[in-house]
Ligand binder design. Structure first.
Ligand SMILES: *Cc1c(COP(=O)(O)O)cnc(C)c1O
Length: 401
């Protein structure tokens, strides 16, 4: 079939909840993807910050193939070996205490919300607790996650959402303090906001929130779904700040393409929240998904992925900064490690136009918020890949000069 025929069938059979770019991706190799006409694209989107190790990683692919031949699914009524190994690696690498595997990021968030409510219920014996989330946050599309996503546009048609949610301004300690009451049971945010436009937390905000949470026995929940797993140059981005959460959510690069997420608890929270019967999932933590997680942690170690991000990210920053000084419609660069954004502000050009032109030029980049070009490449990119990205991006930017 031709690309157009594929797209026609897609629109016939798949519910149209995405305005997709008009290409059909068929296979990948390293940091490159190929469409149904075998046109090559340099991938600086990584399936939205998922495919950290690049495509066709032999060790990763073989681990999955081997697991398929052993067992794919067991349910959580029994123990399975990959989930034990994966949990041990995740817990040890994060310095947390207990993990629960989910099928997606949004489900990890749902779990974290339940943890927070149960923790407060166990302590207080009542259920009218509140959570504080941030404006411009993104935590997922299920109703609980949507309720703490600070974007009215996503929420509007789906009211009523879950109650007891208050919003504050990210990086504004006073605005968080203003929302705290005796009922506050948790504060949740992304240490580097992703969908909201690539905004890293300030040290002051991180330290200040931790202090407030300690004083008032409020759980601090970090959503590391996008900024975690080495993307910012530490395995989890809170590690930059030396500020540890009580609960952390993880997904995206955790399985590097196999749908899996997790929420991870410290001991204090694990001891006083969910117990047998409180939460469950049929698929979550299944041997196939966990074989992926387990192998991802092995490869991170063997290939020193986090160290590589630390080494390569300054080069990406420098090259992106060149664009800020060169193009008047690029206002600034923000980000941490290999999670970078360029803010676009100009009459003649939108982020969407640049993204589309880049795709024509063989470069996959995506947007964040309404006016930010987002760079979340596979973590294995080289200087050569960054140079290739710059060539293709500049070809696209010139059009709008
Ligand atoms: C992607 C994302 C989610 C939702 O994860 P899904 O796997 O799409 O459900 C939640 N939080 C953050 C920060 C994300 O980037």
């Amino acid at each position: 079939m031709t690309t157009n025929e594929y797209i026609e069938q897609a629109e016939q059979y798949i519910l149209h909840t995405y305005n997709r770019f008009q290409i059909v991706l068929e296979n990948g190799d390293g940091v490159h993807l190929y469409d149904a006409d075998q046109k090559e694209y340099l991938d600086f989107a990584a399936g939205i910050a998922v495919f950290a190790l690049g495509y066709n990683h032999p060790g990763y692919n073989n681990a999955l193939k081997n697991q398929i031949d052993k067992i794919i699914h067991t349910s959580n009524l029994y123990y399975n070996i990959p989930s034990i190994e994966a949990a041990k690696k995740l817990v040890e690498a994060s310095g947390m205490d207990k993990a629960f595997f989910t099928n997606s990021g949004t489900e990890a968030i749902e779990g974290a919300i339940k943890v927070a409510r149960k923790y407060a219920f166990t302590r207080d014996g009542h259920t009218d607790h509140e959570m504080i989330a941030m404006n411009h946050s993104f935590h997922g599309r299920s109703l609980g996650a949507l309720s703490i996503t600070g974007n009215p546009h996503y929420q509007e048609a789906f009211q009523p959402l879950i109650g007891g949610v208050k919003f504050a301004d990210f990086n504004d300690l006073e605005s968080v303090k203003a929302q705290i009451t005796d009922k506050t049971c948790a504060i949740i945010f992304e240490p580097v906001q992703g969908e909201g436009g690539i905004y890293p937390a300030t040290q002051e905000f991180m330290t200040g929130i931790r202090q407030i949470c300690d004083e008032k026995d409020i759980l601090l929940i970090f959503d590391e779904i996008q900024c975690g797993m080495g993307r910012t140059g530490e395995l989890f981005s809170w590690m930059h700040y030396g500020v540890k959460p009580d609960v952390m959510t993880c997904a995206k690069a955790l399985g590097c393409g196999v749908p899996v997420g997790a929420f991870v608890l410290n001991e204090k929270t694990a001891k006083a929240s969910l117990v047998a019967g409180d939460h469950g999932t049929t698929y979550g933590g299944n041997p196939f998904a966990c074989a992926a997680v387990s192998k991802v942690f092995d490869i991170y170690k063997e290939e020193k992925i986090v160290e590589h991000v630390q080494e390569i990210a300054p080069y990406l920053e420098r090259r992106l900064d060149e664009l800020v000084s060169k193009y008047s419609f690029i206002k600034c660069r923000r980000g941490k490690g290999l999670m970078q954004g360029l803010e676009i502000e100009g009459d003649g050009v939108t982020v969407g136009q640049i993204v589309n032109t880049a795709i024509e030029n063989g470069l996959l980049i995506i947007s964040a918020g309404s006016n930010v070009l987002r760079f979340v490449p596979p973590l294995v990119i080289t200087k050569g890949d960054i140079d290739e990205m710059m060539t293709k991006l500049e070809r696209s930017l010139k059009k709008y000069e």
